[in-house]
Design a protein around this ligand. Structure first.
Ligand SMILES: Nc1ncnc2c1ncn2[C@@H]1O[C@H](COP(=O)(O)OP(=O)(O)OP(=O)(O)O)[C@@H](O)[C@H]1O
Ligand SMILES: [Mg+2]
Length: 316
């Protein structure tokens, strides 16, 4: 990766300012809104624009032909969930360069899928992995290292190695969560991180911004951070998975299900693929693609056991 100093108009002083503010790579400089860089570095508007123009040229983030775009999409990879049926409805697994949202009520399996992916992401490409490490932002204190050990061992991996490749941060409130998301722009390229999990994206926001009068503030912040995650996924060809809760909706959702995803339109628009999870009978769980630019709306059945996420024995 090239040095920041190779950008037009960047000498060692400006490079230091950028690095101190968390913009350690040319990609990060290229994809961040100019106002944000200005605020964090105290550099002037024209200086920032000039630096960004040069950064974009270097990573060729300018108009591209659809053909070039297609070629870039070919570098997109998929990560297995461990469950064939679930992978199938996801078009082969969780995508890089995209944001996948797992929605569901308590106990529907969101955190379990995230922990499973934290291990499968480390696998070689030919085993369905991303050959990378993982950053896991845990807002609810439900990330369990013991579970990582259990799943990794049952896959025949060294659990110590697997756990050593997962960077976990507990986010204590929404502004801490935002700070951690900012940190990812440095952490990911430096550590070959190929999967970022935010579990849950929304719980702190829901807990802190209460009442109608705070809703637009909340949504604006949420939007800003979801878009950061999208930029991160594109800049570093990594997969981002966020979880979301459901809220009860008296005016019924999806043919009789009384729940709908929290976070409103902001969440719906920012996430590339939305997967709705619910508990079925006899330990079977159901995943359904509810909103995706090209995946059809389909359902898959899965189970959670000591091995992690597996295909359901009874396929219905
Ligand atoms: N080792 C295990 N073996 C079998 N099942 C397990 C194991 N660990 C967890 N589970 C199952 O996973 C469920 C919890 O799922 P999970 O924590 O992913 O829910 P969630 O969707 O994240 O819920 P919440 O909204 O509360 O965070 C438990 O109810 C249990 O049935
Ligand atoms: Mg959970």
């Amino acid at each position: 990766m090239e040095d920041l100093e190779s950008l037009d108009g960047v000498g060692s002083a400006i490079a230091t300012k950028l690095r101190t503010a968390g913009y350690t790579t040319i990609e990060a400089v290229a994809v961040t809104p100019p106002l944000e860089i200005m605020e964090k570095t105290n550099l002037g508007f024209n200086t920032v624009l000039k630096i960004q123009e040069s950064a974009r040229k270097m990573i060729s983030a300018d108009f591209k032909t659809a053909q070039e775009y297609y070629e870039r999409r070919k570098s997109m990879r998929r990560c297995t969930t461990g469950c064939k049926k679930l992978d199938e409805i996801l078009g082969g697994g969780i995508e890089t360069q995209a944001l996948t949202e797992l929605i569901g009520e308590y106990g529907s399996g969101k955190t379990q899928i995230c922990m499973m992916l934290s291990i499968t992401a480390q696998l070689p490409y030919d085993k369905g992995g991303l050959e990378g490490r993982v950053a896991f932002i845990d807002t609810e204190g439900t990330f369990m290292p013991e579970r990582v050990y259990q799943i990794a061992s049952s896959m025949g991996l060294d659990p110590k190695d697997a756990a050593g490749n997962i960077f976990v941060a507990r986010a204590y409130n929404s502004s801490h969560q935002c700070l951690l998301i900012d940190r990812l722009f440095m952490l990911c390229p430096e550590n070959n991180i190929k999967l970022v999990v935010v579990d849950s994206m929304i719980s702190h926001f829901r807990g802190e911004y209460i009442g109608r009068e705070n809703l637009s503030d909340r949504q604006q912040k949420l939007n800003q951070y979801l878009h950061k995650l999208i930029r991160l996924s594109e800049a570093y060809n990594l997969a981002v998975v966020v979880t979301n809760q459901v809220q009860s909706n008296p005016a019924s959702f999806f043919g009789g299900d009384p729940n709908r995803p929290a976070g409103g339109n902001i969440m719906a628009h920012a996430c590339t693929h939305r997967v709705y999870l619910r508990k079925g009978s006899k330990g079977v769980r159901v995943a359904r693609i509810i909103d995706s630019p090209y995946l059809p709306e389909r359902e898959a059945y899965f189970m959670i056991n000591e091995k992690g996420i597996v295909d359901a024995e009874v396929d219905k």
